[in-house]
Design a protein around this ligand. Structure first.
Ligand code: GLA
Length: 750
């Protein structure tokens, strides 16, 4: 009785003091059943407050306008058995599934049962986004939880993050603190996830889910997306199809350790718990402190994987990717063309060639810094961000000015979170290095990691960026690299009882620095690179315009890497470069046209020594770059339709992008295995066009097209319902077709 009175008093205080004060209930303890129906244009997410005042999850999927039957719905399951999924599953009470929240309260109590307090909704910018904050609190302990759910109307996306507040007198320990818990019901569940390794990122794998738990996770702290990616597609009832079927897409906006669990229980309910990885990360939350989880992003499409990608891309371009509006420049990056071996002339010659080919930016990669320990290999100098006097006597400003005089923008590489043991920085600040006390620090790629939990290190990292930017007002691009993951974890800054905070505080420290940088440098283009594709996530993309998709620039490998990456992330952000052959990773010798045709399906760049190209190759390159400038707005801003998957096993791959007004489209078509005599031509049934419009088809990057339809007019309905049949037969044949609406009727042109 006494406990109940205390709880009521607490609730009333909370309601009066919090933003929920506006909706104080007469008796918050005796809440009846109540529905919360969150909606987008086509979807509903429905939650219900039960008679027991717990918040239950009811529905995620196609829109249900009138959700009232949920109020009377009987499940015929034993409700006393803890069977009905909560909206945010906590460990304790009747809960037995993998908990989204697991807490040890200040008095040692291991149970948490979240009761509904109230909810508030507000409209965010542009009237397209609503944010609903649902307040919950433990039935006994003073622990508050807010579920913050955003609904993006047009994009059909929901995001959820959680705030956990400790209102107890002592510290509580958070063991699990996921961003969301999503229970689903279907006959079968087919999970498509992304896996890989360095230079082999974002390969796709589909598997039917069985009873038990399937987990996708990373524990490396940095470079967390090399191996698996915190994103997935989940097809309901049938295996994943590109154009049809109910598919859920999910992605976590977090650059640190993550964990996504897919658990099917004895009631065949699939529960997805997704968020930061609880691994070795017990979090001690002091009295009055609040813990914020990152956002988990969900969409649901009834038009297969394609619908999921288009929803996520639209959402990302409008609400997540930094400065998605700006068309990204084409560029020449010095890395694969020069590596560490260059002087001023090497670089200015490259700039001359870049300008001559029509590129728009030159990026100076690794190797430009270090004097006591010149950065002439990956083994020394990292951390010493002073221009190498021997190599570049006139400094960065000379190079940046040179670029600008040539009509190019100028970009530069940094890796500010890292340090070589052989560097002045490591000599001066051993306490800044991530290291388990008294244990040797392994050197991966000859380097160590700086402790971003330490505010002094954050200051240093901000300073590296700031100082580099101060070297010239003509710097418009920074390539931010991070070539190592966490090993032998330990922080000289964090106290002994907070060492387990390292994994989370590292990324929070990094995000703090990004925030400061963005406040000071809102315009600069920043690429997230982490040994290539190690930081491909929607957390990093809030601060970066693009990612370096992979260190593997081989055009054949890029088919699979970019196909997978663009399932979740839009082409606008995926750096895609033409490099030299034999390729530095794979040794593959792909024709120049195939390399260009591949790179032009993302954010285009080149990464080779241009003087090694023949005169003929340069003429081709110049024309292809001009062609790319003519189509890049469609690639970067259009709708992606995948036509042939490279996983179909036919050695063919085709995708297309369609402008939002459906007036222009570009089709990319590749053959990467000999087609034999039986397959004389492909059939590419196009998507996303307007069947009533007429389009002129023209093949790009060829002197003379071998396709019969080149320069002809086609009705949209022909292209969509019959399709085009280009003849790509030999290994590394490729084609790009531009479709442009022509207002005249076909008859008139005859
Ligand atoms: C990483 C990057 C490369 C290049 C090198 C330089 O591997 O992914 O693009 O910048 O570092 O050391």
């Amino acid at each position: 009785m006494y406990a109940m009175q205390k709880r009521k008093l607490f609730l009333i205080c909370f309601l009066l003091l919090s933003p929920f004060g506006a909706m104080v209930r007469a008796n918050p303890v005796d809440i009846g059943r109540e529905l919360i129906n969150l909606q987008t244009a086509d979807l509903s997410m429905i939650l219900m407050v039960g008679k027991d005042s717990l918040l239950y999850f009811q529905h995620f999927g196609r829109k249900i306008g009138d959700a009232s039957p949920f109020l009377d719905k009987q499940t015929y399951r034993r409700v006393d058995y803890g069977t009905d999924p909560h909206a945010y599953y906590a460990s304790g009470g009747t809960g037995y599934r993998e908990p989204a929240l697991r807490v040890t309260h200040s008095d040692g109590d291991l149970n948490t049962e979240l009761a509904y307090l109230g909810h508030q909704q507000k409209i965010l910018a542009a009237g397209n986004v609503t944010e609903t904050t649902i307040a919950l609190q433990d039935k006994k302990q003073h622990l508050l939880v807010e579920l913050v759910i955003r609904a993006y109307m047009r994009e059909n996306v929901f995001t959820q993050r959680v705030v956990i507040k400790n209102m107890q007198k002592g510290s509580v320990i958070l063991h699990n603190f996921y961003s969301s818990y999503l229970p689903l019901r279907a006959k079968r569940y087919y999970l498509t996830s992304f896996h890989g390794a360095w230079a082999q990122e974002m390969f796709m794998e589909e598997s039917p889910l069985n009873h038990g738990i399937k987990t996708i996770e990373n524990k490396m702290g940095v470079r967390t997306t090399h191996t698996e990616n915190p994103s997935f597609l989940l097809s309901l009832d049938t295996p994943l199809n590109e154009h049809a079927g109910d598919v859920i897409g999910g992605a976590l906006a977090w650059s640190g350790n993550y964990k996504l669990n897919f658990q099917i229980d004895e009631f065949d309910i699939l529960s997805i718990t997704a968020g930061m990885n609880p691994y070795a990360s017990e979090y001690r939350l002091a009295p009055g402190e609040a813990f914020h989880t990152p956002e988990m992003i969900y969409t649901y499409s009834t038009s297969g994987a394609g619908g999921v990608s288009r929803n996520l891309h639209d959402w990302a371009r409008r609400y997540n990717v930094y400065d998605a509006e700006t068309i990204r420049p084409t560029l020449l990056n010095s890395w694969e063309g020069a590596y560490f071996t260059f002087n001023e002339k090497t670089l200015t010659d490259m700039m001359d060639e870049a300008a001559d080919m029509g590129l728009e930016m030159f990026v100076l990669d690794d190797g430009w810094f270090g004097n006591k320990y010149p950065r002439n290999s990956s083994n020394q100098g990292l951390g010493d961000w002073q221009v190498a006097r021997d190599k570049l006597p006139r400094g960065i400003s000379y190079l940046a000015d040179y670029a600008v005089n040539k009509g190019l923008q100028f970009g530069i590489w940094i890796e500010p979170e890292m340090v070589n043991p052989k560097s002045e920085l490591a000599e001066n600040h051993p306490e800044w290095i991530v290291q388990a006390k008294g244990r040797p620090v392994p050197t991966t790629r000859g380097q160590w990691l700086l402790d971003m939990t330490n505010p002094q290190v954050q200051e240093f990292v901000f300073g590296v960026f700031d100082d580099v930017m101060q070297q010239s007002e003509n710097i418009s691009y920074i390539k931010w690299d991070a070539n190592r993951h966490v090993e032998s974890v330990g922080s000289a800054f964090l106290p002994a009882d907070r060492q387990s905070h390292f994994w989370i505080e590292y990324i929070r420290g990094l995000y703090n620095v990004y925030e400061r940088i963005r406040a000071k440098y809102p315009q600069v283009l920043i690429q997230a690179c982490s040994s290539g594709g190690g930081r491909v996530d929607y957390g990093a993309l809030k601060y970066h315009q693009e990612v370096w998709t992979s260190d593997n620039t081989d055009a054949r490998s890029r088919i699979f890497i970019q196909y997978g990456t663009n399932m979740i992330y839009p082409a606008l952000v995926t750096g895609s470069h033409v490099s030299a052959v034999p390729n530095h990773q794979t040794g593959n010798i792909t024709p120049l046209k195939f390399r260009f045709d591949m790179a032009m399906s993302g954010r285009f760049g080149m990464e080779l020594q241009p003087k090694d190209l023949s005169g003929e190759e340069k003429i081709f390159a110049r024309k292809a770059i001009e062609n790319y400038k003519g189509i890049r707005d469609i690639v970067m801003k259009g709708d992606l339709y995948r036509i042939i998957s490279p996983y179909e096993g036919k050695g063919l791959y085709a995708i297309m992008y369609v402008s939002k007004d459906k007036k222009r489209a570009v089709v990319f078509d590749y053959c990467f295995e000999y087609q034999g005599r039986t397959r004389n031509s492909q059939l590419l049934r196009l998507h996303g066009l307007d069947p009533q419009k007429r389009y002129k088809l023209s093949e790009l990057n060829v002197d003379k097209s071998s396709f019969w339809g080149n320069n002809k007019l086609f009705p949209g309905e022909y292209l969509m319902y019959e399709g085009i049949n280009p003849r790509l037969q030999k290994i590394y044949d490729s084609a790009i077709f531009l479709l442009e609406e022509v207002e005249k009727s076909i008859e008139e042109t005859k």
